[in-house]
Design a protein around this ligand. Structure first.
Ligand SMILES: NC(=O)c1ccc[n+]([C@@H]2O[C@H](COP(=O)([O-])OP(=O)(O)OC[C@H]3O[C@@H](n4cnc5c(N)ncnc54)[C@H](OP(=O)(O)O)[C@@H]3O)[C@@H](O)[C@H]2O)c1
Length: 328
């Protein structure tokens, strides 16, 4: 393929601009594996990067996007023998692009290892958000979280990570409490597995270092006041997975929940995972954490050309679930 279309992000005259362009393989960033992209997705950081609302990218121009699913087209010569057979893969590598992309060979191992791989469109419906949700649950359970401990809370519930977390937790037998700022998301959240839905504005954030215990654990996508409040209200030996900062990067708490309640705050980073951990989490996504409501969470799909028009809603936090992007 001589050229292909890409949504490329440029910086110039103090402005960030994303535009569709026809580019060739030589325009792609360094990498040993070339993949043909079939599906992509959109998340909050994609919207920030493409609109310039957040300083996400370190260099320009760059093909925007995080998630992709597709097929391996070629490997660098020295790697061909070892890598032949790698197929569907899913990993955020920073540059999904129209039709083709190049990735580091180390990352290519993952697809081959994903023995029970779902179809390419379902891989994208799981997405980085699904992987992150599963990693969070895995890390909570490594530290003793279990359905019998009581209900866990999920904040940013109607977003990409929150929705998958609810779906997976409910499938594991947890009685999930979903916290959402959206009016009108109740039916959706109940349909994907929430046992109870609370309005974010209705939560009593508390002021004391320790408030009455309310939740057995939590998956937090917001940071700020909500995460602070969770540290005060998670029960004895409960765990909080700190995933996101959709509301704020701030956290104001004390050591009291840690030393008087044995609460643990577990940091989640979906990128820099050791291979063994990544494979373990994918194995769980294929088995006991298998999402049951992907069609509901990713209810719609858009064409590649419609991608820019979808960014404002992500920036505004008004999106429910996720959008599948059809590349080819
Ligand atoms: N640690 C990691 O490896 C990792 C991986 C993926 C994502 N993340 C981060 O995790 C967070 C969630 O990601 P996502 O993909 O689920 O994002 P998303 O799809 O945009 O969802 C975020 C959700 O948070 C709520 N929200 C948005 N803006 C808010 C605000 N200003 N104040 C309070 N609530 C707000 C909304 O849910 P409700 O309306 O239902 O409240 C929204 O749907 C983001 O900060 C993202 O950058 C981290």
């Amino acid at each position: 393929m001589d050229s292909f279309r890409a949504l490329r992000i440029h910086q110039g005259d103090g402005r960030i601009e994303a535009r569709f362009e026809s580019i060739g393989l030589d325009d792609l960033a360094a990498g040993e594996v070339v993949e043909r992209v079939r599906f992509s997705s959109i998340n909050y950081k994609d919207a920030l990067a493409a609109t310039g609302a957040g300083r996400i990218l370190r260099r320009y121009p760059l093909v925007g996007g995080i998630d992709l699913s597709g097929e391996v087209v070629s490997f660098a010569d020295a790697l061909q023998a070892r890598r032949r057979g790698a197929g569907h893969r899913l990993r955020p590598v920073g540059e999904p692009r129209r039709r083709l992309r190049r990735v580091r060979a180390r990352q290519g191992r993952l697809g081959r290892a994903a023995a029970r791989r779902p179809a390419l469109d379902d891989v994208m419906r799981i997405g980085t958000a699904g992987y992150t949700a599963a990693l969070a649950i895995h890390r909570l359970e490594q530290n003793g979280q279990a359905p019998g401990n009581g209900p866990p809370l999920v904040s940013g519930a109607s977003g990409g990570v929150g929705s998958r977390a609810i779906d997976m937790l409910a499938g594991r037998g947890y009685e999930v409490v979903a916290v959402s700022g959206k009016l009108g998301a109740d039916d959706y959240l109940a349909a994907i597995g929430a046992a109870r839905v609370l309005r974010r504005s209705a939560i009593d954030l508390g002021t004391r270092p320790l408030e009455a215990p309310l939740w057995a654990g939590a998956i937090d996508n917001l940071g700020g006041e909500v995460l602070t409040s969770l540290t005060r209200t998670v029960d004895f030996f409960g765990n909080i997975a700190g995933i996101g900062l959709a509301a704020s990067p701030e956290l104001h708490t004390t050591v009291m929940p840690f030393i008087l309640r044995g609460m643990s705050l577990r940091g989640i980073n979906s990128l820099a995972n050791p291979r063994a951990l990544r494979l373990k989490v994918w194995e769980r996504i294929a088995t006991d954490l298998r999402p049951r409501h992907l069609e509901r969470i990713c209810a719609g799909s858009i064409a590649f050309e419609e991608r820019p028009a979808a960014f404002p809603a992500y920036r505004a936090g008004t999106v429910q679930g996720r959008t599948l992007v059809r590349i080819s």
